[in-house]
Ligand binder design. Structure first.
Ligand code: FAD
Length: 316
């Protein structure tokens, strides 16, 4: 079933979450171990992130360095199929522009359709670690909106190789939104213009980047409405789990902690302290969001479910 239909049918705020494929070499059980504890909250869909290749340098026998591309977290599509098969819950693979030509994208979508996966979260993808900015594939897409246009075209039966008859696909697309603006955007208004373009091109709902200040989400929703964006906007919540998150999350995701939260985090001395603050803050955020009637709360588990389970048990 499509995410948009789950949202339309829902009588109350839905629960959903995102997992990462495990590091190469791990088996599917590590995925199930992260999902099993959360099944009691009846997720309507589970997202699985996509991770591009990274470049590493290996020293050869002659002492020269060789640049090698590796993918540390492959397996998004296989994991989605396994989730649908084991739990009968809709899986939402993340699909990115980076590293894909239009034809490779088309083939990946055909694989998804054969597996009965009709949801995708459509993203540009981040620059690869060794690059300073995002570089599109020469025959691919520069922005998420272009990928959405390609999929919307496939939903009408338009394929890259358009000279043979092919049935239309039937994908429901989500797109990313940034309550604190995307880090490359000039300001929130320009970012919203591009977000509107993604919705106009066919994105049926938005999932937000994590945020820790609900006011920023509520303000974002209002700004979206004023900009003519009228699709459901699903808030993304990430429980802080370690002392390292205190500096890593703002740096990596370009977000701020509100002062009330930073005061509590400054008192933390151990990972357990930070995790406890993260849980309490996650409960506080989730309660307020649910009371405000948000369509769904989407939790970023980063594949460890304990904190999300504790939060969800107070909310759902
Ligand atoms: P876009 O919508 O293309 O926007 C990128 C930037 O370009 C923005 O600053 C925007 O304002 C600007 N822009 C957009 N269109 C135009 C245009 N036509 N002209 C000029 N400027 C434009 N990354 C992964 O690699 N894998 C994942 O699985 C993944 N999952 C994510 C899930 C969520 C919910 C979120 C919020 C992010 C996720 N990301 C993931 C990160 C995401 O790929 C990055 O944030 C990326 O930098 C931007 O992606 P986007 O789809 O928002 O890009």
């Amino acid at each position: 079933m499509k995410v948009i239909d789950h949202l339309k049918e829902a009588k109350d705020t839905l629960f959903s979450f995102e997992i990462l494929p495990p590091l190469k070499g791990a088996n599917i059980q590590s995925i199930y171990d992260g999902i099993d504890p959360l099944m009691e909250f009846k997720p309507k869909f589970i997202n699985v992130t996509y991770h591009r290749e990274e470049y590493i340098y290996k020293e050869r026998e002659n002492g020269l360095l060789e640049k090698i591309a590796i993918r540390k977290r492959p397996g998004t599509v296989g994991i989605c199929a396994a989730i649908m098969n084991k739990y009968q819950v809709d899986a939402v693979p993340h699909l990115i522009c980076g590293g894909f030509s239009r034809e490779e994208t088309e083939n990946a979508l055909i694989d998804l359709q054969f597996l009965g996966i009709d949801n995708v979260l459509v993203l540009r993808g981040d620059p690869i670690k060794t690059e300073t900015g995002f570089k599109p594939h020469p025959e691919g897409h520069r922005y998420a909106v272009e990928l959405i246009e390609q999929i919307a075209g496939m939903n009408k039966g338009h394929y890259v190789i358009d000279d043979i008859h092919m049935d239309p696909t039937n994908f429901c697309m989500g797109a990313a939104g940034y309550p604190e603006k995307h880090f490359e955007a000039m300001n929130l208004s320009t970012d919203l213009q591009y977000l509107k373009a993604k919705v106009d091109a066919g994105a049926e709902y938005i999932v937000t980047q994590m945020f820790f200040d609900n006011k920023k989400y509520f303000n974002f929703v209002e700004m979206c409405k004023s900009a003519g964006i009228n699709v459901p906007i699903i808030p993304g919540i990430k429980p802080i789990k370690t002392l390292n998150h205190i500096s890593f999350l703002p740096k990596f995701f370009h977000i701020d902690f509100p002062e009330e939260l930073s005061k509590e985090l400054l008192k933390c001395r151990t990972n357990a302290d930070a995790s406890q603050v993260g849980i309490e803050w996650g409960i506080h955020q989730s309660k307020e969001l649910k009371d405000a009637g948000v369509p769904c709360i989407h939790y970023y588990t980063m594949s460890t479910s304990a904190s999300v389970k504790t939060i969800a048990s107070q909310i759902f």
